[in-house]
Design a protein around this ligand. Structure first.
Ligand code: NI
Length: 236
């Protein structure tokens, strides 16, 4: 049964391809024959001819910064790269137009608490209220409630995930960009550790970080990487 069905499907495909080829000849299009031949080969083969790119995610914490974040957004746009921004509530409140721009340009916006609070033993409720306050702020600005959170310093309590319906996002590559202004050092660290489905941690409040991030995009795009928002890596 399957064999018969397969044969019918193949015949239909070949017939469709033949119609396509004659169409190309009749239309007298330049290069029509080569295109059509490639098309048939692809249909019969049933294999993709284009290799899918390796995905990698750039993530930026602590912004938006009134100057450097815009510079970064310009550079990402030029390169067709997407990123994820884990913003601090108080920064988003001060620069809502930058948050809106992030959204308009297809970047992911996540929560990094209101004041960069580190979750500790005695501040669970304050920490939670900072997350809620920042979610509300971001909802007001973008019309969307954030689903992703990057806890400052990586301190997290799993029960928040169900309490707030939020997903924590950590990282796999940390070039420690916040403690160095050595652009090429930062670039090298990331380039060396880059891997498919990697999550790079950086900060958009420093000039050196922004310069390094754009160099990283240039280098890794040449190596076949595609810069995607972090949700595409977490759920793939
Ligand atoms: Ni931070």
């Amino acid at each position: 049964m399957m064999k018969v069905r397969k044969r019918i499907v193949t015949s239909v495909m070949i017939l469709a391809a033949a119609v396509f080829v004659s169409g190309m000849f009749l239309a007298g299009r330049n290069g029509g024959f080569t295109d059509a031949a490639a098309y048939i080969a692809c249909m019969i083969d049933g294999e993709e001819t284009v290799e899918s790119p390796k995905k990698i995610a750039l993530t930026f914490d602590d912004g938006p910064h009134p100057y450097y974040t815009e510079q970064l957004l310009d550079g990402l746009k030029e390169r067709g790269a997407k990123a994820s921004f884990f913003v601090m509530g108080k920064q988003a409140e001060a620069y809502p137009e930058i948050v809106l721009r992030m959204q308009e340009e297809g970047h992911l916006i996540g929560n990094h608490t209101y004041s960069h609070l580190q979750l500790g033993k005695g501040n669970r409720e304050t920490f939670k209220s900072e997350l809620i306050r920042t979610n509300e702020l971001l909802l007001q600005i973008t019309g969307e409630e954030p689903q992703y959170v990057r806890p400052p310093y990586g301190s997290w309590d799993k029960s928040f995930e169900s309490e707030l319906t939020m997903i924590p996002v950590l990282w796999t590559i940390d070039p420690m960009d916040w403690c160095s202004s050595d652009v090429s050092g930062i670039v090298q660290k990331v380039a060396k550790k880059a891997k498919e489905n990697g999550v790079i941690l950086m900060h958009d409040e420093y000039k050196s970080s922004v310069t390094a991030a754009l160099e990283i995009v240039d280098i890794l795009q040449k190596e076949g990487y595609e810069f995607v928002t972090v949700d595409e890596i977490l759920f793939d």
